[in-house]
Design a protein around this ligand. Sequence first.
Ligand code: DP6
Length: 327
Amino acid sequence: MTRKASALAPSNIAFIKYWGKRNPRLNTPFGGSISMNLSEYQTTTTVQFTQLNRDEVVIDGEVAVGKEEVRVARHIDRIRSLAGVRLGAQVESRNNFPVGVGIASSASGFAALTLAATRASGLRLSQKRLSALARLGSGSACRSIPDGFVEWVTGRRDQESYAFSIHPPDYWDIRDVVVLVSTKKKSVGSSEGHALARTSPFFRARIRSLDDRLRRLKRALRERDFSAFGRLVEEEALNMHAVMLTSTPPLVYWEPGTLAVMKQVGVWRARGMESYFTLDAGPTVHVMCRAGDAEVLARRLRRIPGVIEVSVNRPAVGARVVKEDLF
Ligand code: DP6
């Protein structure tokens, strides 16, 4: 048994989104989703199995407590039982970005944890099994395991719900310009949010139309048709937020800066700067553009009142084992 291992995993932005769980225990979705790994938002995690009979989890320099600790410990339990390991785990995890503002920290976090903990326990799983296992920690984490542009297939059973790469990172030179408009931790996390999805009168209609959007998005990617891609990405983001806004209780993840950026993207587009927005479960806006437009766009975005930080992301590889340990 290896005992200690480290992994690095990217966050991802969903173009077709996962919102609502068919089986909350398994984090299986109602439909497929598609995402791109982000080059600038990553989690690094080191796991060491020790003789201690308890786990110790440190995230961004602070000992994890409460729900966060339980969620991580439960995931390590899954890996312990797969590997037949009975040791306690020492876990240290570092994000290079603020958590809880709509950049998927649970995605990169559980992807890195899954890879590091399986390796430390002596397991060497296929990418498909790693992805399905990461999904049990956080649904969107299954998409941070494979490289580049990734599809998560619905699957009803545990092993059938996993993600795989549909195009490598260098397949298409597009950018996600991530625009932070708030660093407050959101009050309703996505795990709680998922449970409300079904209370929206629009949820069924959303699920019915999902396959069609998935098909159209895959075609736009295949044809590298940026305009078709962008229109669809905006349509999908607004469709998911329509479900959020009409849930009981309603989920309003937007901040004033969110709307300011969304509106401005439309204004610039009408004037010839072609870009499109998408949003996950938070106020952060992701503006998709062609590589050649990214720097000009980033500069303009930084000037919008309410914008805190802007970063330009390339499509990136998935989770990787790294040699440098955090402790
Ligand atoms: C809006 O994967 O964070 O970002 O499975 O409960 O951990 P859990 O939820 P999570 O949900 C992500 C929701 C989303 C859309 C997406 O990434 O597809």
